[in-house]
Design a protein around this ligand. Sequence first.
Ligand SMILES: [Zn+2]
Length: 377
Amino acid sequence: MRKTDGVHRRLTVAALLALLALVGCASTHAPPVDPHNIILFIGDGMGVSHVTAARVESGSLNMERLTTGGFLATHAVGSFVTDSAASGTAIATGESTVNGAISVSPAGAPLKTVLEYAEENGMATGLAVTCSITHATPAVFVAHVPDRSDDVLIAEHIAAGGVDVLFGGGLGYFLPASALGSLRKDDRNLIYEMEGEMTIVRTEEEFNELLGRDRSDGERVAGLFYRAHPPVEYERAPSLARLTAGALDILAGDEDGFFLMVEGSQIDWAGHENNSDWIIAETLDFDAAVGIGMDFAERDGRTLVVVTSDHETGGYAVLDGSVAEHRVSRTGFTTGGHSASMVPLLAYGPGSSHLGGIHDNTFLGNALIEHVRSVAR
Ligand SMILES: [Zn+2]
């Protein structure tokens, strides 16, 4: 018995050592699950056909560099077809709500957003968009307002929100009624209120100057380049890709990591217009920004990149063309509004592997919140 016991003990010790070696191996060599940084790209209104048409015309997309994929279902509370406010809220907070609601519950209670969790966890935060910064998709990350059309109130929430980088249009909502170009009816000057804390740039020249100079640690920047919405893709300056590069340049200086949301806002408007050429131009403009994000993530190795959409717009279908000639020749639309079709979900980097598959849009919001709450330092 004694001898057998000894063998037993030696075997048990050997097994334990082997197990410890395995565990040690796993913790030393497995890639980190939690990212240090997150870049979330939202192509507003971008369904599978929008991506298809852009890929045919360009030959390839930066979106193809993302390595995990799936679909998000987009239904809202009480509405089969969502709007950008409800679906944006789902992505920003992990909670479904009613159409029109900006990160509040159907009863009007504020819902905490991934950007707010990121701020709470010491991360730097940013929003870069091709619409007014007060529009639904950027608004859901920082404002809590029952009515998406209340741009004036949304601007006040944004001005008080503590976001480190704000790039887009909508300057008029931040200017007092007495100022040229104001879209407010009161005398609050949100630019003045923010200027103590934020560097404000209004032109491409000022934007370039800002990026070319040394900035103080933690310098916060608002680039509001247009009175309301920026113009279409070929008239916009700086481009969304430039805004993305600028935002990354500023945010990457934060040693606690960052959360950046980049929106291709006007893919949706092109879908509402049932304008296939405009859809393709805006989707490629968005894809160029995705390329900037992927260049950063591939270099950095600690950045989760997610590309998705809030809903499909246009009931858009690609019906004929030539892959060899990079040409889409026949398309169709089934609506001037949104459809209920699922939207693409693409991901790359640490934390991306469990995002694959088919999910409700709230799944993405909850996954992002989980990541920023346990972000790798
Ligand atoms: Zn829309």
